[in-house]
Design a protein around this ligand. Structure first.
Ligand code: DGL
Length: 261
């Protein structure tokens, strides 16, 4: 079984890791569209074009399913892509439904500009949040700090939190990470919020991937079977991105190799 996983950058590797807990036996092909990142500041039509180009690439790799491990690309481009795609497309969306079910107070959704402004989020909130417990906050520039992977990126991400997000927390009791890049800061965010509940869409995507490929409900997630193998490609700076990816994934026992773009 061959599975494609796609993001604008390294955030989608957090989604990939979740997928390996349900489908360890699959062969994974990851593509980071680093030449066009960040997607969050782009126009919808641009993200649709990038997503189409990525899809065509995965067609050549003959994958059985494609995971869009990017909330922004899912918001802008998953629906039109499904109209012509010849393989199942699994998109990621902010885990608002689960967060509303599992927490009782106010929720803060952190996502990119395009996701926050998107019609998809508007519909999701209309359908699931009649009491208007969710507030959405766009975090332009945060993805770049995470994606840049400079030696001091965690400090810079923390400064961003203090300057742009901390004052917006109000009575928030739970956070929804609506950008896969932010998942790499999950532990820090838990500390910065003094232990607020944190939700993201990775587990939901992995379970949906399992359902589509196996046509049954997934078993409970397993501990990752090491070493995990990943075919990695990027539209710019592939070697440097691969080093950054290895750093982010350290401890996960990953054996990655670069596929030429
Ligand atoms: N990781 C992405 C997401 O989940 C996109 C970040 C970006 O390219 O702006 O939205």
């Amino acid at each position: 079984m061959r599975v494609g996983v796609f993001d604008s950058g390294l955030g989608g590797l957090s989604t990939w890791l979740a997928c390996t807990r349900y489908l360890a036996e699959a062969e994974y092909f990851f593509f980071a569209d680093t030449a066009n990142a960040p997607y969050g500041d782009r126009r919808v039509a641009e993200v649709q074009a990038f997503t189409k180009a990525a899809y065509q690439r995965f067609l050549q790799l003959d994958v059985d399913a494609l995971v869009i491990a990017c909330n922004t690309a899912t918001s802008a481009a998953a629906a039109p892509l499904r109209q012509y795609a010849s393989m199942p497309i699994i998109g990621i969306e902010p885990a608002i439904k689960v967060a509303l079910q599992e927490s009782s107070g106010e929720l803060l959704l952190l996502a990119t500009e395009l996701t926050v402004r998107g019609a998809k989020l508007e519909k999701l909130l209309r359908d699931c949040d009649p009491e208007r417990r969710v507030r959405a906050l766009a975090c332009p520039g945060w993805m770049e700090i995470i994606e840049g992977q400079r030696v001091d990126w965690r400090e810079r991400a923390s400064d961003y939190w203090q300057e742009k997000i901390a004052a917006q927390l109000g009575d928030t009791t739970a956070l929804v990470l609506g950008c896969t890049h932010y998942c790499w800061l999950r532990e820090e965010i838990s500390v910065w919020t003094g232990g607020s509940a944190i939700f993201d869409g990775n587990d939901g995507v992995a379970r949906q991937l399992y359902r589509l490929l196996h046509r049954c409900e997934p078993p409970p997630p397993a501990a990752p079977r090491e070493p995990l193998t990943l075919h990695f490609s990027a539209s710019a700076d592939a070697e440097q991105k691969m080093v950054a990816a290895q750093r982010l994934l350290q401890g996960a026992g990953v054996r990655a190799r670069i596929l030429p773009f």
